[in-house]
Write a protein that binds this ligand. Structure first.
Ligand SMILES: Nc1ncnc2c1ncn2[C@@H]1O[C@H](COP(=O)(O)OP(=O)(O)OP(=O)(O)O)[C@@H](O)[C@H]1O
Ligand SMILES: [Mg+2]
Length: 263
């Protein structure tokens, strides 16, 4: 997550989820972004293939139409990798939550508990759940933060992006303490920064990346996602680096992009 648009959240989520699935883990990817880029990337076009109540919103909303989360999970064409797709209806959670808060029935669970509760129903079926968050700090993102056991923040190493991330962290910290006071859980196994779309030959970017490493130490992941036409070209055909044919690119380009994504 990060509320900076284009910081590489979806690209990272897609590669992470697919990588883990290819290694044999049972992975569930959740697209929590109404823009639904992750769903499109995994073969579920949000405006054609995803109908009403077929996003996670179907399992977390406040009225009687709430569905069982197991009915919403779909397969992808990667074995071991399932997805709960997104589309614009996810926005309704942002609109409905203030109403629910205003007139809350005593037995209703709070907004921040809802994603965690529905994941608890299916957690035995998966080894890991990867949630791709929207570029905003709304109720969806806060709920994801409460459900999460670990947090990965993607950041492009440029001054304005890092400043924006700093704002994001300040606001998140403030909001999370309110949520925690209301009973939300904020226990994380880890929280890390991932430098994305990194151009090692760009002086200011490597300065910024070094600056982050000096401040956050080993909380910045050692490998960065390098900026590469292999990644953006693969995106054009809704593919990841693990799917495209290596011969489609000059070998150096492909290998340089894939190198940091290998164990
Ligand atoms: N390492 C990379 N090299 C080249 N292009 C990249 C790389 N990472 C991401 N991109 C491209 O940058 C764009 C934004 O990336 P992405 O969608 O992953 O960001 P995001 O943080 O999910 O955006 P949003 O905030 O809109 O959800 C995409 O077009 C993607 O293909
Ligand atoms: Mg995205």
């Amino acid at each position: 997550m990060n509320f900076k648009g284009g910081s590489g959240k979806t690209t990272t989520s897609a590669h992470l989820a697919q990588f883990l699935a290819l290694r044999g883990y049972r992975v569930l990817a959740i697209d929590l972004d109404p823009q639904a880029s992750l769903s499109a990337l995994f073969g579920h076009q949000p405006e054609f293939d995803v109908g009403e109540n077929e996003t996670l919103y179907g399992a977390i909303h406040y009225d009687a139409a709430k569905r069982d989360v197991t009915d919403i999970v779909r397969a992808t064409y990667t074995p071991n990798l399932h997805i709960i797709p997104g589309n614009l209806e996810l926005m309704e959670f942002e609109h409905e939550t203030p109403k629910a808060l205003a007139g809350r029935h005593k037995t209703d669970s709070m907004f921040f508990a809802r994603i965690g509760e529905c994941l608890a129903e299916i957690e035995s079926a998966y080894d890991i759940v990867v949630i791709d968050c929207p570029p905003q700090l709304g109720f969806l993102t806060l709920s994801a933060l409460c459900a999460a056991t670990a947090v990965l923040i993607t950041v492009h190493p440029q001054m304005l992006d890092v400043m924006s991330m700093s704002q994001f962290l300040h606001m998140t910290g403030d909001l999370l303490s309110v949520v925690e006071d209301a009973g939300g859980s904020m226990d994380y196994d880890w929280m890390r920064y991932l430098v994305t779309r990194y151009e090692p030959n760009d002086g200011p970017q490597s300065q910024m990346s070094g600056f982050m490493r000096s401040i956050f130490g080993n909380r910045v992941l050692e490998n960065s996602m390098v900026k590469s036409t292999a990644i953006s070209d693969a995106g054009l055909t809704k593919q990841t680096l693990y799917e495209v044919d290596r011969n489609q690119f000059t070998r150096g380009t492909y290998d340089r992009a894939l190198d940091p994504l290998r164990p």
